[in-house]
Design a protein around this ligand. Structure first.
Ligand code: NAD
Length: 247
């Protein structure tokens, strides 16, 4: 049985979708959770749901692509909980459009959030973990971090980058007792999936299981990766994809 009793967990993108589902799943296993997100209303709502479950919870407004925001959020975690056991670097955005139509601003927004954001978070999470002798990090990539897709080039590039960064970091910190993995969801029922209208039926058809994921299914994989049940797992890109990559 997985237990994360009193583990201190930091989650980016916790105001919505997969991040919110992960927060609830971590709390179910006894963890104390800090949510970092640019969306204040959603973050406070998630924190409220966690507190109703009896969990210790905190929301810090954070833009993961700004270093000063990331350091402030982690300093808040340290001030309240005194340590950092687990980080789920999950905040992300997408941009739909052809490679030629993608503007420099579009590119920077996606890459700065999805890739630079994960790097900044790890850069400032690792020192806390080193100081206490270890920790666990999971970064959210995507099946689009492992295969290409048309019309989402900045997103695909950013998620391939997250996988490379995860492998590099896992090699750098393995002997320091920090495990670092990436989770690779495919289509999951969150606001991100609905950005371009209701595409769920089309996405369902593309998956051998004949449906999209619900956020809790990704969350359970993340919690497993962060638990002692995965104590020999590091540097992997773990698909939770309904068979998408098997095709
Ligand atoms: P979502 O839109 O529901 O949640 C994303 C969260 O990230 C939001 O709360 C948003 O406010 C936050 N965010 C965006 N930019 C931010 C920033 N600069 N700083 C801090 N927070 C920021 O989407 P989701 O589906 O839950 O996405 C979570 C992660 O899962 C993303 O990295 C996404 O790329 C990845 N993913 C999603 C799917 C899917 O089909 N939904 C598939 C594969 C991967």
């Amino acid at each position: 049985m997985i237990t994360l009793q009193d583990k201190v967990v930091f989650i980016t993108g916790g105001s919505s979708g997969i991040g919110r589902a992960a927060a609830l799943e971590f709390a179910k296993h006894g963890a104390r959770v800090t949510l970092a997100d640019i969306d204040i209303e959603g973050g406070e709502d998630t924190a409220c749901q966690l507190k109703k479950m009896g969990a210790d919870a905190l929301f810090v407004r954070t833009n993961v692509s700004k270093e000063s925001d990331v350091t402030r959020a982690l300093a808040t975690v340290a001030a309240k909980f005194g340590r950092l056991d687990i980080a789920f670097n999950n905040a992300g955005i997408t941009h739909k459009g052809g490679l030629e139509q993608c503007t420099e601003e579009d590119w920077d927004r996606v890459v700065n959030t999805n890739l630079k954001g994960v790097w900044l978070c790890m850069k400032h999470e690792v020192p806390y973990m080193l100081r206490q002798g270890g920790g666990v990090i999971v970064n959210t990539a995507s099946t689009y971090g492992l295969v290409g897709a048309p019309e989402v080039s900045s997103y695909v590039a950013s998620k391939h980058g997250v996988i490379g960064l995860t492998k590099a970091a896992a090699l750098e910190y393995g002997r320091k007792n920090i495990r670092i993995n990436a989770v690779c969801p495919s289509a999951t029922r969150t606001p991100m999936l609905q950005l371009n209208g209701d595409m769920e039926g089309i996405w369902a058809e593309r998956h051998p299981l004949g449906r999209v994921a619900i956020p809790g299914e990704i969350a359970q994989a993340v919690v497993w990766l962060c638990s002692d049940a995965a104590s020999f797992v590091t540097g992997v890109s773990f698909p939770v994809d309904g068979g998408y990559l098997a095709q």
